[in-house]
Write a protein that binds this ligand. Structure first.
Ligand code: NAP
Length: 265
């Protein structure tokens, strides 16, 4: 079993990493940063995003295992204190590998098609002037949107930027797409849904317009597109990320811990 480690340097000490490596080595794991079967990510949800993007080209062959260092932890069921339990759960097959589809965007200009993948969301934004585009789903036009931009989130990402924009949270195991507006203009010239829209994960979303100066954000990454983009097509892809979850993982418990408990105290 080959493994690698991704961690948030501000929250994890070198001493912890050394002791983790010793424990893994004793249990038969071999460190291999280039070809890991397991990627242990230590930190928070942001660390998971960075680990996934680091290994995006080998994503299907890797199992990601999170050790939470005290943040929200949507993707991390174990804490950094639980390393012995985690190793024992892996060795005894007492852990579930859950496979989640990644978002895919094809960014189409006259010269090329660029493809990107994301766990949480794809954001098409113009921070400088209004972004105007036709929004279609499966080639059926929904609206001409005008505003700062649009976010297409997966269920995994529904609790992140999408939530801050007022979008609904979707349970992780539902393969859906959610489109949420960023500062939509609603007047006699432009009118859009003015609400988040959740659609089936088998649908294709197309944003068509004369895009220039747009920023396409995907998780913590972004592309600043100087070229003229004609269309951005977004789907749930065939690529999956395999996340190791505790057998007693419960989504409602995670939501409560992330968003409710402090407010009740
Ligand atoms: P980041 O520092 O990596 O993450 C920003 C915050 O979002 C952190 O508190 C992170 O949790 C949390 N987060 C990440 N994925 C989440 C998920 N699926 N559900 C709930 N919370 C989640 O920031 P970044 O590098 O700019 O971008 C990474 C992600 O952060 C983006 O995909 C975006 O969704 C989110 N973000 C949200 C806003 C907003 O809500 N206004 C703004 C910027 C970015 P941890 O502390 O556990 O890492």
């Amino acid at each position: 079993m080959n493994y690698s480690i991704c961690y948030k340097k501000e929250t994890i000490t070198d001493m912890y990493i050394d002791s983790l490596k010793k424990k893994l080595s004793k249990s038969g794991f071999v460190y291999d940063e280039d070809n890991p079967n397991y990627v242990f990510f230590l930190g928070g949800d942001g660390t998971f995003l960075r680990a996934v993007h680091k290994y995006i080209d080998k994503i299907e062959t890797i199992k990601f295992v999170g050790l939470n260092a005290g943040t929200l932890g949507f993707f991390l069921d174990y804490s950094t204190n639980d390393i012995d339990d985690l190793i024992s759960d892996i060795l005894n097959n007492n852990i579930n590998a859950i496979s989640y589809p990644l978002l895919r965007a094809d960014i189409i200009s006259r010269k090329e098609v660029k493809t990107i993948y994301a766990v949480n969301e794809i954001r098409v934004e113009n921070p400088f002037r209004s972004l105007v585009c036709d929004v279609s789903i499966e080639d059926h036009k929904l609206e001409t949107f005008a505003g700062n931009g649009l976010v297409v989130a997966s269920s995994l990402g529904s609790s992140a930027y999408n939530k801050s924009l007022g979008g609904a949270i979707i349970e992780h195991n539902l393969p859906l797409l959610e489109i949420t507006e960023i500062a939509a203009i609603q007047n006699n010239a432009y009118r859009s849904l003015a609400s988040s829209l959740i659609i089936g994960g088998d649908k294709k979303i197309s944003l068509k317009g004369k895009f220039s100066d747009i920023v396409i954000g995907y998780d913590h990454e972004f592309l600043k597109e100087d070229k003229k983009i004609n269309e951005v097509r977004i789907v749930l892809s065939n690529k999956h990320v395999n996340l190791m979850r505790k057998v007693d993982h419960n989504y409602i418990d995670v939501l409560r811990k992330a968003f409710i408990i402090d407010k009740e105290m």
